[in-house]
Design a binder for this molecule. Sequence first.
Ligand SMILES: O=C[C@H](O)[C@H](O)COP(=O)(O)O
Ligand SMILES: C=C(OP(=O)(O)O)C(=O)O
Length: 349
Amino acid sequence: MLDHDPFPTPADLTADTPLDPALRTAVSAHRETIADVLDRRDPRLLVIVGPCSVHDPVAALDYARRLADAATRFADDLVVVLRAYLEKPRTVAGWVGLLRDPTMDGAGDIAGGIRAGRAFLVNAARTGLPLAYEFVDPVLAPHVADTVSWAAIGARTVTSPPHRQLASWLPMPVGMKNTLGGRIDLAIDAIRAAGLPHVFPGIGTDGRVTALRSDGNPAVHLVLRGGTVPNHDAASVAAAVSALAEAGLHSRIVVDCSHGNSGKDHNRQPVVLADLADRIGLGDQALAGVMLESYLADGRQCPDARPLRPDLSITDACLGWARTAPLLEQLAVAARRRNAVVSKERIRR
Ligand SMILES: O=C[C@H](O)[C@H](O)COP(=O)(O)O
Ligand SMILES: C=C(OP(=O)(O)O)C(=O)O
């Protein structure tokens, strides 16, 4: 058995599965739009929505097409971004995602995974949606980063210096999640670190280990995902805004309705979302965006089940599409109300 199994370089992979020039232009426009929403130059609400993980690219593309139609319908009020997550960080162990284990049997065919994963990302980008991605393994980032318009550094890696350095180099807005225990101060440290220039080891486009140089990412922000207790409520968001302001940082926040904010119970996501929508509709400016875990069918299946259903999550339970579409409408109404409130206040002044 080989103790190493080389996989394609970022340059070879992107040559095999390129983003055509029109898509490259679209990705850079999406990144700017998202940064504008975070900075309030664009008054819309950011909505990052999609499966916990992609295990079946064909079914996930079906989901992406439905979402793209909805995104067009709500485009006056929402900037909808597809969760296109192909790597899963595990608390202890479990399926690590399509990129690293495409055959879902622990064989670890990373070469096959990055080919299938990149093909999925390029096809998903063709729907016109911006793509969201959690960068779990910094080594794999150069293989996919050009397709991504919004990135997360997750709760399990937000304290890691290599991930903070990677975020400083990534060419898109990056959300730093609070830690599993709910620590916001450590996510704030991550935001500060990623805003600075770094020189760090990484993989170059030619596949060689190289010194990567970053200028610092100007669009790093906080994502509240709950911890041992939820943190989507008004008091927690206000506390986070104050902590950010005290650190001299960007104080617009994305709130994840899933994970620690729903106790991983997908049925609680609409309850969290309703709480956020109420506050947005009343004019709350701190809430720049909302995240939802949603897929074709409602719930989850055991990853060891065979055959696996293509339309049902094999990681966290998701809201089914039928329950997701009305939530997008609820968020669009809230965003429209917020803009009306803000306009009235401006006129009064
Ligand atoms: O978002 C997905 C999961 O929450 C994450 O990968 C961790 O899952 P685990 O706690 O089951 O390992
Ligand atoms: C793993 C995820 O989130 P978190 O880092 O908040 O657990 C995720 O969004 O898939």
